[in-house]
Design a protein around this ligand. Structure first.
Ligand code: FAD
Ligand code: NAP
Length: 429
């Protein structure tokens, strides 16, 4: 379940004491991404099944949406709200009309690239870029914690290779564009690489089988108060070899390698209301952001500096090697020296034999971390979802257990309360 659904899910999954839901009417609109394979829309599917088990009545069949959800969601809302006999709640926004907002995902702002700096020193195994776009003339603004959606293009060499492998004519018509242009901007062709094309495939059926190229989200790495009319990102270029073929991530290498300075690309803002600084500026914050996970915390620290927030700030940062991978080193060290950053703990995993990770540093500082939590600190995690966020969560539970003299269940309840009161927020991918 997503973080904001966990306590609801737990409440309807109590052994023996789950509520009976006879008489409750419901319908589920499940949001997902088919790239996730078997787990596509899994949270929505489970919820749909569980509500039925508890006796609730499904009034409209579940609808499972892939990333292009607008039309299906609109149709589902119309059916569900008609049956519920309710008018549409005011907080359900209608995303169908692009004229609602001047700039939006459906009508992205063409933002000019104004900076692209490598954040790693020569010799690093990583290739991380500080990217800045100008918002001048857009009237757009954002809050720290939000993400930026970026429209991207495929690599022209990959487009050429795909066309050649299929024996198509690059200048053939694909809608209003040539095939080359359409494959560059409109279609996801990443997974075709290196695969043997189906023989006798017509151009029409080839295009029909391709998914639409999706914009990618990046955590915003700047505060607009520190950089008026600009938005910054911290982008890790994805490059890997699989089955002997070199692959590169579409969006991360478009931003790092292919979009020239001064050129524009479409952007839109994606609000992250679950990932906000405390409104009470005196509250302490603890931020855990290894690798590109540093992005929203650079933004948080800039914001807390601009708003002169008196609350304490603690950052855990980690990456492979201190000499080459200490992202935003100068700015972070200046914050330590000025006292804006109350405490900095770094974990460089490949500077010694044994792995030292951010959670290693958390456990070493357990007593002070517990003190901060008891003072009402907000705890944030950003970066890798698969391993890091899980291990950091485990370390947090352990610290609460050992320092707070709690059982595992009591520590879990403490963490659940932090989540409920929005003092534990994650932005993981
Ligand atoms: C809310 C949010 C915030 C984000 N913030 C950031 C951020 O601040 N910085 C950042 O860099 N990214 C961030 N991301 C990730 C970002 O959106 C993209 O997913 C990332 O840049 C990769 O996109 P791409 O188009 O370059 O790669 P794609 O072309 O989409 O390729 C990525 C895919 O390649 C495959 N792959 C990758 N590595 C390997 C490997 N070693 N072996 C085999 N297969 C592999 C996987 O299938 C993976 O899904 C964020 C994501 C979300 C959802
Ligand atoms: N969805 C996507 O397509 C996509 C694209 C780009 C990035 N990402 C995700 O974003 C993450 C961030 O990438 P990044 O290159 O900036 O950093 P990263 O790969 O997360 O590495 C940052 C630091 O975290 C360490 N680390 C590895 N495992 C860890 C664990 N279990 N707990 C804590 N720290 C751990 C790494 O150490 P070692 O490497 O020495 O083990 C390194 O020192 C990636 O891991 C990836 O999952 C996803």
């Amino acid at each position: 379940m997503p973080d904001n659904a966990v306590s609801f899910w737990d409440a309807i999954n109590q052994n023996g004491s789950s509520p009976k839901l006879d008489g409750v009417k419901y319908s589920v609109l499940a949001l997902g991404d088919k790239n996730y394979g078997d787990t596509f829309c899994l949270a929505g599917k489970k919820l749909d099944q569980r509500l039925a088990e508890l006796g609730a009545t499904r009034v409209v069949d579940r609808v499972d949406c892939d990333v292009e959800f607008d039309d299906l969601a609109k149709e589902w809302s119309k059916n569900a709200f008609t049956i519920f006999g309710a008018s549409k709640p005011s907080d359900v926004s209608d995303t169908s009309d692009p004229s609602d907002e001047a700039w939006s995902k459906k009508n992205p702002f063409p933002a000019k690239l104004i900076a692209n700096d490598t954040l790693n020193a020569p010799g690093s195994a990583k290739d991380t870029h500080h990217i800045a776009f100008s918002l001048t003339g857009s009237g757009l603004t954002y809050e720290v914690g939000d993400a930026l959606g970026v429209f991207v293009q495929n690599c022209p060499e990959v487009v050429d290779a795909v066309i050649a492998a299929h024996g198509f004519d690059p200048s053939a018509k694909a809608g209003t564009k040539t095939l080359s242009e359409a494959l560059l901007t409109d279609y996801e062709i990443r997974s075709l690489l290196g695969k043997t094309p189906e023989s006798g495939l017509t151009l029409d059926s080839f295009l029909e089988n391709l998914r639409k190229l999706q914009p990618r989200l990046y955590s915003i790495a700047s505060s607009i108060k520190a950089h008026p009319d600009e938005v910054h990102l911290c982008v890790g270029a994805v490059r890997y070899t699989a089955d002997g073929i070199a692959h590169k991530g579409v969006a991360s290498t478009f931003l790092s390698d292919r979009l020239p300075l001064g050129d524009t690309t479409g952007i839109y803002f994606h609000a992250a209301n679950h990932f906000r600084l405390p409104t009470d500026l005196t509250k302490p914050v603890i931020m855990v952001g290894p690798g590109t996970g540093i992005a929203p915390f650079r933004a948080f620290l800039e914001e807390r500096e601009a708003t002169k927030a008196p609350g304490k700030n603690w950052l855990f940062f980690g990456d492979q090697k201190r000499a080459t991978d200490f992202l935003y080193h100068d700015q972070i060290i200046a914050w330590v020296q000025s006292g804006h950053l109350t405490r900095l703990d770094t974990a460089f995993s490949r500077d010694q034999e044994e792995k030292i990770y951010v959670q290693t540093r958390m456990l070493q500082a357990a007593s002070e971390l517990w003190q901060w939590l008891e003072e009402g600190a907000h705890f944030y995690v950003c970066g890798d979802a698969k391993r890091m966020a899980k291990d950091v969560d485990e370390a947090l539970h352990k610290i609460i257990e050992t320092q707070g003299n709690k059982t595992a269940d009591e520590a879990a309840a403490y963490v659940a309360h932090m989540k409920k009161t929005k003092r534990y927020a994650r932005d993981v991918y």
